[in-house]
Ligand binder design. Sequence first.
Ligand code: ADP
Ligand code: MG
Length: 588
Amino acid sequence: MLARRYGLWALVIAIVLVAALPLPDFWITQLNYIALYSLVGLGLVLLTGVAGLTSFGQAAFVGIGAYSTAWLTLNTGLSPWVTLFVGLAITGVSALIVAAITLRMSGHFLPLATIAWGLSLYYLMGNLDALGKYDGLLGIQTLSLFGIDLGQGRGFFLFAWAVVVLAALAILHLLDSRPGRAMRSLRTGTQMAEAMGVNTLRYKIIIFVIAALLASVSGWLFAHFQRSVNPSPFGLKMGIEYLFMTVVGGVGYVWGAITGALLTKLLEDELQVLLPLLFGTSGSYETIVFGIVLVLTLKFLPNGLWSLVEQKLPRPQRLMDWANAPALTERPKPAHGEWVLEVQAIRKQFGGLVAVNDIGFQIKAGQIVGLIGPNGAGKSTTFNLITGVLSLTSGKVVFRGEDISGLRSREIASRGMSRTFQHVKMIPDMTVLENVALGAHLRGHQDVVAAMTRLNRAEERQLLREAQRQLERIGMGAHLHEQAGNLAMGPQRLMEIARALCSDPALLLLDEPAAGLRHKEKQALADVLRQLRSEGMSILLVEHDMDLVMDVCDHLVVMEFGTLLTQGTPLDIQQSPAVRAAYLGTEH
Ligand code: ADP
Ligand code: MG
């Protein structure tokens, strides 16, 4: 946080200095372009860096912003301050449509769709008579603010960079918030986020729209700065260049976007002078050099140039200002001994393989039920059926008296069921505390706009306080500010349990929580599980460690080859000849 604030102040001071110094107008013009590129780059940080979505179509959104204001100010006499919002509205609607169509699909479909979008808009701009075809529109007015003409020099410079600073600040605030944590969880796949109650499609669409709106603002500024528009700066080539400069700068960092814009523009200027001298003829040689730079960056600095700076910066600890925040409200819990989960003959077929064959069992409030069986028995699949990650082939799951069969995993999460994963799923570049706070997603309500404007602080304090409380409950209080990716396996698993607890569940599903834990850690885990049970929590536990299972479980369900072998108390199971033959015999 502190480092980010230093960065911001450094940028503000640099901007004021540049405006005050007697720099040649040429450099002011270049810096104005860099501000416009940075705005588009900031959108790509969210889109590509944070959410892992690739778009080559940002230039088209710049075009929409530029052409809307150009046409409207020239033809209707509306003020640019009005046409800005018209442009944003047109951009927002078109981005929503593009997003709604493409973001449901996976893999390479999105980049392809954004290429198609960029191409079609380019030809639309170039062929509409009203937009002056490929000649574009000329004679656009400059911006004025409080009666002061911003012109094309220092006035515009200060204004454009103020917009960049505000946008950067808004994004930094957003990323450090409830919706921001949800957004940062998108890149590692949607399964964990959905299990924490995050509507991942909704956040992808929001990110796509924010990135488009930033591009649109850049286009609005561009039109009034350049005072003319034509299709070429909004074509596919520019769409690729925006992505290129942000990736080189560091697409994972807000400052990477600005670094990328700065370096690309400066390099471009130098190369346009140098290369023709070198080759003796004129031509767009800089494109070739850019291509080489991109390949080298991807090879040697995959996180971009800013990552070099980021490594050097200290990682200051977050100010812990939430000690006095009021506790989050808790859901009403089932009474002791009430049925919490009733699994009725659930079945899952993968093609010809019956991974789960009509399994049924029940869990009472305050019970720890163990689900055991050899590898491949179908335990994880059973978990995924109960939590809605996989769809049932047949059967029924009743949770607290409600039939939840067929519900999506985030809908099930919202009813008070929370889980961990056999293979830990987390956001490695977030702190332990932030990872755990993601578990409280459904207990907060403040969304994107509140986060950007910092109106979410009261709720944020509540969420972070809860995250800290759950981490302390599980004995991880000393690791709050560690980067999650740096944790050893044991603490990672504990962090997942804390994250699940953060959602205030009535039923906790733990998939092999002791795997990779040391003996001491296992004992601590057993204590935690018993403690949770004494507080009335119900737990479904998949576990290979027989000592732990026999130690903490009230009831055991034994699976083999997808079918239910037997169930009963740990003592029954230990004495069952069938279980000895099938399972325990192989364990010892
Ligand atoms: P366990 O957790 O008990 O080790 P799993 O539930 O992971 O077992 O797997 C049960 C069986 O289902 C295995 O034979 C596994 O190969 C198969 N299986 C699991 N997931 C899938 C899937 N998505 N597609 C096809 N087969 C699967
Ligand atoms: Mg498994």
